[in-house]
Design a protein around this ligand. Structure first.
Ligand code: 3SL
Length: 243
């Protein structure tokens, strides 16, 4: 039986080199967009609309429905929106059945790049085991698409890629010939016993520390807090449970 491919795309700028119009794309922005999405669904959000620009998000304000509007740029909440991008805002709120409209610097942009030609799901450490199990059942090639930071490589998304790759390769169903896939595994292997420590000098951990949101970093590095798999249907993320 032919093995399935796993490729890791380290930044949005490289996505065109990996896009093949047939793989499932797992978009990951560990800090913090895809972690926020996963926890929003865990807390009962029904739909999440990821848009690329602040202007697009604002159009929903006048749409006549009671959307939760979320916008982040450069780590900060955008003025006049309900929230920034902290996953922890969902913890104490009643969001059951609500629709979130979200725009973030890198995460929502990456989803919108990937959706043009691919089926898209959302991954983070918070749903790591669930997404691995779900992918194994799909019998498809996989591209793990790291959102990075403004088209540059980042460590945290690559570590998640390595963690997911490890689980997929354990099944022996996948081929490991992509160099970026192998690189993600090497980094994951070095980092997995102390992710927060490994990211000590990383750019986004430091960016968030300057904004006093270290607690979000700890939160986003916790594995397996939800079984929800956010899946893009058209322009809207909805959720599937992995049992
Ligand atoms: O870039 C993004 O999409 C965000 O996740 C960045 S932040 O963690 O909200 O600053």
């Amino acid at each position: 039986m032919a093995k399935r491919n796993i490729q890791v795309c380290m930044t949005p700028k490289l996505f065109g080199l990996y896009a093949d119009k047939k793989s499932i794309v797992v978009v990951v922005d560990v800090l913090r967009a895809t972690s926020s999405m996963c926890i929003a669904f865990e807390k009962g959000v029904e739909k999440l609309i990821p848009v690329s620009t602040v202007e697009e998000a604002l159009e929903y304000r006048n749409g006549g429905r009671d959307y939760i509007l979320v916008a982040e740029r450069n780590g900060k909440a955008v003025k006049s929106f309900d929230f920034g991008n902290s996953p922890q805002v969902y913890l104490d709120m009643d969001v059951k059945g609500r629709t979130v409209v979200m725009t973030t610097t890198n995460g929502t942009k990456s989803i919108n790049i990937a959706k043009k030609d691919h089926d898209v799901v959302v991954g983070s450490f918070l749903n790591l085991d669930a997404i691995a199990k779900w992918l194994i059942k799909q019998d498809r090639d996989v591209i793990i698409f790291c959102a990075g930071w403004k088209d540059k490589f980042n460590l945290e998304d690559t570590l998640f890629a390595g963690a997911l790759v490890e689980q997929l390769l354990d099944t022996d169903l996948y081929d490991n010939s992509c160099d970026a896939t192998q690189a993600s595994q090497v980094l994951w292997d070095r980092a997995k016993d102390d992710l927060f420590g490994f990211l000590k000098n990383s750019s986004h951990r430091n960016r968030l520390a300057k904004l006093n949101i270290d607690s979000d970093v700890h939160f986003c590095l916790k594995a397996n807090q939800t079984n929800k798999i956010p899946i893009l249907k058209g322009n809207v993320l909805v959720v599937e449970d992995e049992c």
